[in-house]
Design a binder for this molecule. Structure first.
Ligand SMILES: Nc1nc2c(c(=O)[nH]1)N[C@H]1C(S)=C(S)[C@@H](COP(=O)(O)O)O[C@H]1N2
Ligand SMILES: [Mo]
Length: 221
């Protein structure tokens, strides 16, 4: 999580979010279950789709894009666009829950399901954790179990159209059962690890797991 000095400065929102994590902003103290209520505690519904990131938007063409999957796996891969899109394609419809309290229902994603990726790379027995690395220097960590969740995918298409650059195109992760900061945009590589390695927001006060139903917004929640 080194800060690149040739990167533009972080956005004002990014700095505010660091402060909110320290203050415990937006916490309601409630817990609910997905089957009881579609909207997690403390969230409100939005119809538009806000753009949130560190304020650096990488410009990666599909031609230049590669996916590097490495670490504690039997079969590491380094795919270009043609190889990536030759993998099994899956469509999932899921809700987005951002820690800054907006949620957006019924997003239609298409791409490679993480379960299919796992079949291709075959995690070793000692693999327990996954780190997603992005082209803007962002990282986020997941347990192997959360990464392998049923409706989790590496998405290149949203609502039938190529994923926009602002929203992480060419390819972003989508991990719908956790807060949206776990869904890395501009995905560059996926690292499998025996030990946990907290990511960009996880070392800046966000919860290590981020389950919206348990309102795991910040560390210590
Ligand atoms: N690479 C990268 N991925 C990222 C981020 C980021 O700054 N860089 N921000 C995260 C956060 S905090 C959120 S809420 C979502 C926002 O995705 P959106 O801009 O498509 O709504 O992306 C997540 N993935
Ligand atoms: Mo976020």
């Amino acid at each position: 999580m080194t800060e690149n000095s040739d990167q533009p400065p972080l956005s004002k929102l990014t700095r505010s979010k660091e402060r909110w994590a320290r203050e415990g902003r937006f916490l309601t103290g409630k817990v609910s279950q997905p089957d009881e209520q579609r909207l997690p505690p403390g969230q409100h519904l939005t119809k538009d789709w806000p753009v949130l990131d560190l304020g650096r938007t990488p410009d990666i063409s599909r031609e230049r894009w590669r996916l590097d999957v490495y670490g504690a796996v039997a079969n590491p891969v380094f795919w270009d666009w043609v190889q990536f899109t030759a993998q099994p394609q899956t469509q999932f419809v899921s809700d987005i829950h951002c820690v800054t309290t907006w949620s957006r229902y019924d997003n239609i994603w298409e791409g490679l399901a993480t379960r299919d990726l796992l079949m291709a790379v075959r995690p070793r027995n000692d693999a327990r954790h996954v780190v997603l690395h992005s082209h803007d220097g962002y990282t986020t960590n997941l347990t192997l179990e959360d990464f392998a969740a049923e409706d989790t995918l590496l998405a290149h298409t949203w609502s039938g159209a190529p994923l926009e650059r602002d929203h992480g195109g060419p390819v972003r992760a989508v991990v719908p059962h956790l807060y949206f900061w776990k869904s890395a945009k501009w995905l560059q590589s996926i690292e499998f690890l025996a030990e946990d390695d907290p990511g960009y927001w996880e070392v800046r006060g966000y919860h290590n797991r981020g389950d919206p139903w348990q309102e795991q917004r910040y560390s210590g929640d």
